[in-house]
Design a protein around this ligand. Sequence first.
Ligand SMILES: C[S@@+](CC[C@H](N)C(=O)[O-])C[C@H]1O[C@@H](n2cnc3c(N)ncnc32)[C@H](O)[C@@H]1O
Length: 750
Amino acid sequence: MDNEAVLNQLTALYEKQKQLAKSAGQRKGQKPQQKATRAELINQFSFHAAAQIPPSHSVVRQTVIGYAYPPCTVPLADLEPITINELELETVHRGRVLVVRTLGYPSRIQAVQNAIEDSEGSVDRLAVYNFDMRLRPEQILPKGQLLAVKEPYYKVTADGAPMVRVDHPSDFVILRPEDSAIPLQLRPKLLELVDSPSAWKAKGNAAFKARDYRGAIELYSNGIEFDQTNPTCHQEKEGSTHLLQLDMYRNRAQANINLGRYEAALADAEASIISSDDLASGEAGLVNSNVKAFYRAGIAAYHLQSYDKAQQMFESILKIAPMDSDAQRELQRVRRRLVEQSMGAYDFEEMIECAMTVDKRLDVADFKANVTVQKTVDRGHGLFATKAIKAGELVLVEKALFVAFNTDEGADQSVIMNLNTGVMSVGTHPTRLVGAVHKMLHSPKLAEAFSHLYDGGYEPRGVQVVDGVVAVDTFQVEAALDFNGFGLPSDPTAVDRDMADQATSSTGVWMTSSFINHDCIGNAARSFMGDVMVIRATKDLEKGDEILMRYKNSDDDIESFQKTVLSSWKFTCSCALCTAEAKTPEPQRQRRLELIKEARAFLQANQISEQYPPTPVLITKAEQLRAKIEASYGQAQFKNLPRQGLQDLSLWICTAHILGAQHKVQTAAAAVLRDLGFMISIKKNKVSIERTNCRMDMSGIYAGMYLAVSYYRKGQNEVGKQLERFTMEMYETIHGCMLGFEEKFGVIKG
Ligand SMILES: C[S@@+](CC[C@H](N)C(=O)[O-])C[C@H]1O[C@@H](n2cnc3c(N)ncnc32)[C@H](O)[C@@H]1O
């Protein structure tokens, strides 16, 4: 399907969804008129359809963001039960909880769905959105599952039938058979009596072995609680009860690690460390238990990027088990992270290699020592330099909170239609939303950090942990992602790895980089290596300077550029470039747009090839056109500023001279650099480059190398060397590292 057809299809779908939402809204508070019967529902969910996903080629998968309601923040125990028959359409039932059992096998399209029945035997459909995509549908809504929907949202669906809809993962609680929230009618007839901590531990171990880590965590928790609330329960093994409890903490730590719940894992692992008094009792295996406890604490701390703590844990192991090879290996790994974190010393080439061949989610630390988040005068928060940073040096290296790669398994062209904001985002956005939400669900720390990202003015509610999970508001997360998400290019070897290439490209969110405000010129450039963003300075920065980057490349047509910025990020850019445009008289701007159009047509019709170099007549024509465009950039407004509309044509002229008479290369290459905002002057073999208003891109690297070579050819090697160094620095800044420079640009030297 071509782009226009997709766009038409999406617009039609959006309109339809808006219409549906409107007519559904009119039924607010009503009871459903037509509902599927138990038999119909059982029939609908009667076979194993877990793998059902619509064919992605003909149907654009859609996630509709409709009524944005906040998640429940009341503990399950404080909610009043509600039955299916009491539910009212288009209503979030605040203060209530619906306890149900699933009737059939789950199906999955955008949501995982199943038929449900309540304590009165009434039936309906349940749809769980934003589920953890690492889980299979049958792990979320298996047949016969008892579960609670906190403050249920009862919704009219596209087919007119009702459905209980869960948008926030924390509103959905899987219940164990013995949970007191389960009404008598839904309770399993036979409840296994578990009456000792060791029995809970055994059950936990069995669940763990079956890779049911969620289940194992609950079972160990029950065991720990049982132990704490029944102090006399275990005469089973005098003296060892305390150790049994520590075993369960230790095992729960591993289950938490396996689910990526590192904060809980660290707390569990630390709680499971056996004291020196207990160790002195000399029971066999206790040292080994502590090795496990320290190891798990170390791994959890590592994933939380608490590298000092991780180091301490692995060193503790080596004190009691000096030959432990796992601890030795992990200690080495941590030490590398500590060097990266404190000094910004990375092996970037290895990172690109790893992203290309092994895993795009890289194992590296963040380097944030050069920046800090501060309030700005008029644009909320911003990111500022904590020390002077030279052009080309690292400003920030940051691993993403989450990236949805378009190469991930199951990655698909899908669309989020936000009926509240009117924004439609096509690509991997739905995956990014779910990924970010699930990262926060078990990490109050991450949720707290994320809550500071700009979200367009959502009412701040703080981070609340309810029933053991963070009540993450998926609507708010989506709003924040709209403002703070970045697109990534799909090719990690591409030279200019800044902008995303297509609507369907990978998308991610980086927490610190999110504070960088926009400027069309800016003073920093980003590149990506796997899920790591590398930001370097494009000019010398002073301590206290605000870091600024362009969110999107500015358009020749300033009006349309400003419109996009306003609709996407809700501000009007007032940078030096936009101000210069605004000061340019309208007829002059219109004239320039016409000339740029003419230049585009010229470039399209006269693509350069080595085989057929452009004729002198053609080059003269290009130069005349360039002169006209140059004149349309008023000297008064654009003194020392980049002139975007000239860039492509200038590079064409420069390349044409390279292939033809060489004597004009120098002027042509300098013109390309001038159009990017570099003011170059060469006096007595000394190259000075004024770059206050520079922008960097690939044309600059070509021009820089051509310029350097032209001086080498004239025997002015000193000048050539300085220009080559400048070009290499530009390459490193926009590419992140020097990998590939020699192959692609070294050859220009011949
Ligand atoms: C990714 S956030 C940047 C950090 C943000 N200033 C904050 O306080 O968190 C994007 C938002 O910052 C603001 N912003 C960014 N650049 C701006 C600029 N040049 N002028 C005014 N506001 C800007 C806009 O509100 C935009 O939607």
